[in-house]
Every structure is written in C-alpha cells, then in structure tokens.
Design a protein around this ligand. Structure first.
Ligand code: CTP
Ligand code: MN
Ligand code: MN
Ligand code: MN
Length: 387
C-alpha cells in the first residue's frame, strides 16, 4: 500500500574539510592506484590532472563503504572521465594497466628512487636521470656530481630515514625534545603534530610545534639544537630563520611554506631507549630477557641507534591554533581547507592566521575548534583529517 521512501539523499562535499576521513580506508585498492598516478602527474607538472586525481583519491578515503560497482560513483563529486576509467578497470581486472605500466617506466622509477634521498628534489632527480644515472650506487660512485650537505646526510642515513618512524620512536624523540625545551623554558609547550597527531602508527618524520610567548629569546631554537649536539644526538640540521614579510595573506596563492622559525633535523635515536619505553608500557614484565642464551655473542659492532628525521617549529602563542591546524595535515586536507576558505567564505587561511577579506580583519583563535567555527565548519578531529 505505502510506496517505499526514496533513499535519503546524502550529499558529500567536494571539500575534504567537510568530510571525516579516518585511517580506515575502505577503498585502498583504488586509492593506492590513483595516488601513484597522481604523483606521476605531479612529477610531470600536470597540475590539473594532479589535482583531479588527488581530489578523487581523497574523496574515496572518506567513504564509509567500498566501491563495488561503477553506479556507486553516481552523485559523488570529484570524479571525472580519467579517474572513473581507472576505477572501472580495477573493478573489472583487479589492477590498473596504467599503474602497472608506470611502475615499469624507467623515468618514473628513477624519479621515485632519487627523490627518496633526503635533500633530492625533482629537479636534481631529473638532472641525474638525464645524465644517464639509474641507481643510487651509480650516483654515489660518480666523481663528477656535487652533493649538498643535505644530500650527503641523505645518502649517509638513507636506510634509516627510508624506514618508517614508529610511534614508540616518535614518543622517545618527544621525551628528549620536551626535556631539553623545558630545561630552558619551563612554560613552553611541545606538541606532537603531523601524521602522528592524525593517529598514524608510522611516519616519514616526527613534527613538533614549540609554542612560546612572543618575548621568547630569539636564540631559543639554537640552544635546543646545541644541546642535542652536546648530548651526541645531532646528525644533521638545517635552521630556517623566521621571515617577517608582514603577512601577505592577501595573495590568493596557497604557499606551502610558513614564516615560522624552524629546524629540519636528523637525530640519532638510541634504540634501547625505544625498547625500554615499549617494555615499561606493556603489562608483561619489563625484566624478561629476550635473548637469553639464544645466540652466541656477536663480535661485530651492532648499530644501536636509528637516524630519525625531525621537524621543530617555533610558534608564538597567539598563532598556535593556526600553526597546529596547518601542521596537522594531511596535505590534501590543508589544501581543501584553504580552497574552501577562499571560495566559500571570502577569507584567507594560512599557518599564521585567518583574514576576512570583506571585513578586512584578522580573526583570533585560541583553539582549532574556534577556527572551524570562524569558517562555519563542523569540527573535524585530527584523526578524521586523513584525507
Ligand atoms: N607543513 C606545512 N609547512 C611546511 C611543511 C609541512 O604547513 N613547511 C604541513 C603539511 O601540510 C603537512 C604537515 O605540515 O600536512 C606535516 O608535514 P609532513 O611531515 O610532510 O607530513 P605528514 O602528514 O606528517 O606525513 P608523514 O607521516 O609522512 O610525515
Ligand atoms: Mn610528518
Ligand atoms: Mn610526508
Ligand atoms: Mn615534517
């Protein structure tokens, strides 16, 4: 008698900042493929194709279900002919031939390999590729190539750096940084940000914001780095001074860099420190010997440390909420947050603040919640920003 109700219309936003994207990605089979293709468009500086693939990938990560037929894409934003074709192929064959071809492509393979070295960007990778290099061994053995200080460190610690940082390692680093920071400034706050704040169990580095009163000694970061060095924990550092180009927020273009003083480091993390932390946190007895009589004592020196990439950012207290929002990521979440702010709110957001173009005022915020409220956005938790 009663006709069935039509299914409720759920509109999914084209903006990642209006979606909740947890680490529980139900469409990994598609997003893995699309991400590889997106990266190659980025390599080729095909901006429009890159953006299309990055947005489609991000949308799939937010879906609470797995795409199982093409009709499931009906009504969803962010899909065009190219991204649909990839999904269709994976639905039919389980794999994308475009991805398979790319993974065998000489130039793509070289670019991936060379840019996996800390300090090597696309320009350098393409230069080496153009000169005929195909392996890191050949690059390292070359007598003609000149390497930057950063690249030398990149080669020296290549294996460690390309081995993902685990959460216990990140926490061990956090404790070291906190101890040193609090020794100089008891009221400074050290906050773990980046992927680990989004709940990831591994990362390529460990990101920290250090929030300080505006009156903080300008040598504060230098003192922290010196202390790390004094303690034998510093393998590499690159200090970037704050730039006070008084907020050219009016420029429309999203600038990935912010103006905070920061330091990109490679730290020498004692493995025993990590192990002890894990054991002391678990319920099993920390005293349990793990290698009792297992193997004869190894005579060769075992490397008892791991090189870890760390980013330290000095943030004045009044800008902390904006810096935290900016450094928590993900990259796609940040891009869409800025795009939404610009196109839907006529405001401009960066890691320092939020500017209302109509009212011509900067909007203050003490917390991320206040920033979302300024933007008329529902609050998205850090672990829901894995867009
Ligand atoms: N970021 C930024 N300005 C920079 C560098 C990074 O605003 N100069 C932001 C990026 O938007 C990114 C976040 O800080 O989302 C963390 O950067 P990064 O460590 O590169 O990425 P993660 O998301 O932490 O990923 P991973 O686990 O690989 O480290
Ligand atoms: Mn990170
Ligand atoms: Mn990264
Ligand atoms: Mn980082």
């Amino acid at each position: 008698s009663n006709s069935p109700l039509p299914p409720p219309v759920v509109t999914i936003s084209q903006y990642a900042c209006q979606r909740r994207s947890t680490l529980n990605n139900r469409n990994k089979i598609f997003t893995d493929a699309l991400e590889i293709l997106a990266e190659n468009f980025e390599f080729n500086e095909n901006e429009s194709a890159y953006v299309a693939f990055a947005r489609a990938t991000s949308l799939l990560k937010s879906l609470p279900y797995t795409i199982s037929k093409m009709a499931a894409l009906d009504g969803l934003p962010c899909f065009g002919d190219q991204t649909r074709a990839i999904i269709e192929e994976i639905l039919e064959d389980g794999v994308s031939s475009k991805v398979d071809d790319l993974l065998c492509d000489e130039k793509y393979k070289a670019r991936k390999l060379f840019t996996s070295v800390f300090g090597v960007g696309l320009k350098t990778a393409d230069k080496w590729y153009g000169q005929g290099f195909r392996t890191l061994e050949a690059v390292k053995a070359s007598k003609d190539l000149k390497f930057t200080k950063m690249q030398k460190a990149g080669f020296l610690y290549y294996e460690d750096i390309n081995n993902a940082v685990t959460r216990p390692e990140a926490e061990a680093v956090a404790q070291i940084i906190e101890t040193i920071v609090h020794n100089y400034a008891p009221d400074a706050i050290v906050t773990l940000t980046g992927g680990f704040r989004r709940g990831k169990e591994t990362g390529h580095d460990v990101d920290f914001l250090i929030s300080c009163p505006e009156t903080m000694d300008e040598n504060f970061l230098r003192k922290i780095v010196n202390k790390l060095d004094f303690r034998g924990l510093l393998l590499y550092y690159d200090m970037v001074e704050a730039t006070f180009e008084k907020r050219k927020l009016s420029s429309q273009k999203y600038d990935a860099m912010d103006h905070f003083q920061k330091c990109f480091l490679i730290l020498k993390l004692n493995k025993a420190l990590v192990k002890n932390r894990v054991l002391s946190m678990s319920s099993v007895s920390a005293a349990r010997p793990t290698d009792e009589g297992a193997e004869p004592e190894v005579k060769t020196q075992i490397k008892d440390w791991k090189a870890i990439r760390v980013d330290l950012v000095i943030v004045p207290t009044q800008q902390f909420a904006y810096a935290l929002l900016g450094w928590t990521g993900s990259r796609q979440f940040e891009r869409d947050l800025r795009r939404y702010t610009n196109h839907e709110k006529s405001m401009i957001l960066d890691n320092h603040g939020l500017y209302d173009r109509k009212k011509k005022i900067f909007l203050n915020a003490k917390t991320e919640e206040e920033i979302f409220a300024h933007l008329d956005l529902e609050y998205i938790e850090p672990w829901e920003r894995n867009a």
